[in-house]
Design a protein around this ligand. Structure first.
Ligand SMILES: CC(C)(COP(=O)(O)OP(=O)(O)OC[C@H]1O[C@@H](n2cnc3c(N)ncnc32)[C@H](O)[C@@H]1OP(=O)(O)O)[C@@H](O)C(=O)NCCC(=O)NCCS
Length: 166
C-alpha cells in the first residue's frame, strides 16, 4: 500500500464531491454540506487555493493512486493565532489499516514547517475512540473534556480536547 498526501486542485473536484457524499459523518461537524454539490466543492476548492500555505494546509489522502480521504490543519485567528485545528476524514472501506495515523503524522510535520503555529488542537467526540487513538499515536495529549458540548443528529456528546506542541 502506498500513501501520499497531495495538494487539492480544481481537477480533483469530482473525487472531492464523491468523497464528501460517501464519508461517514456521524462524528463530524455539520460544517460540510450534505448533499455535497458541485457548488459546495467550488466554494471549498476556492477557499483552499486562497489559504493553503498561508494560514492552513489542506491535503487529499491518496492510497494506491485513489483519493480516499481529506486532512487539514487550519490556523486560528485573534489570540488563538499560534494554534491550528486538525480535521480529517476517511472512506469507511479504508478504516483500521493505519492510514490516518500516518496521514496525521505527515500533516502535522507540514503544518509545523509551513505555518507560524506552536500547537495543533484536535477536537473529538467522546464515542469516536478510533480518532482519539490516531491522535494519541501521534503524540497528542488529552488536555480536557467539555461535558455535553456537542449536539449531533439528536444526540449529546462530550468533546475531548487534544493538543500537540511544536
Ligand atoms: C477516525 C478515523 C479517522 C480513523 O482512521 P483510521 O485510518 O481507521 O485509523 P488508524 O487505522 O490509523 O488507527 C485507528 C486506531 O483506533 C483503533 N480503533 C478503531 N476502532 C476502535 C474502537 N471501536 N475501539 C477502540 N479502538 C478502536 C484501532 O485499533 C487503531 O489503534 P491501534 O493502532 O492502537 O490498534 C476514521 O475512522 C474516519 O475517517 N472516521 C470518519 C470521520 C471522523 O470521525 N473523523 C474524525 C473526526 S475528529
Amino acid at each position: 500500500m502506498t500513501l501520499k498526501l497531495i495538494k487539492w486542485t480544481q481537477k480533483m473536484k469530482p473525487e472531492l464531491i464523491k468523497l464528501c457524499n460517501d464519508v461517514d459523518r456521524s462524528y463530524l461537524t455539520n460544517r460540510m454540506p450534505y448533499p455535497y454539490t458541485e457548488e459546495s466543492a467550488d466554494w471549498w476548492l476556492d477557499m483552499v487555493s486562497e489559504h493553503d500555505g498561508k494560514d492552513g494546509v489542506f491535503r487529499a489522502i491518496v492510497v494506491d493512486g485513489k483519493i480516499v480521504g481529506n486532512i487539514s490543519v487550519e490556523q486560528k485567528a485573534d489570540v488563538y493565532c499560534k494554534d491550528g485545528e486538525i480535521g480529517y476524514l476517511l472512506l469507511t472501506d479504508y478504516w483500521s489499516k493505519g492510514i490516518m495515523t500516518e496521514a496525521v503524522c505527515q500533516i502535522c510535520n507540514a503544518a509545523f514547517s509551513e505555518l507560524d503555529i506552536i500547537r495543533i488542537t484536535g477536537l473529538v467526540y467522546a464515542p469516536n475512540i478510533a480518532s482519539q487513538r490516531v491522535l494519541e499515536k501521534n503524540g497528542f495529549v488529552r488536555e480536557g473534556l467539555q461535558r455535553n458540548a456537542v449536539f449531533k443528529d439528536g444526540k449529546i456528546y462530550d468533546l475531548c480536547l487534544f493538543g500537540k506542541w511544536k
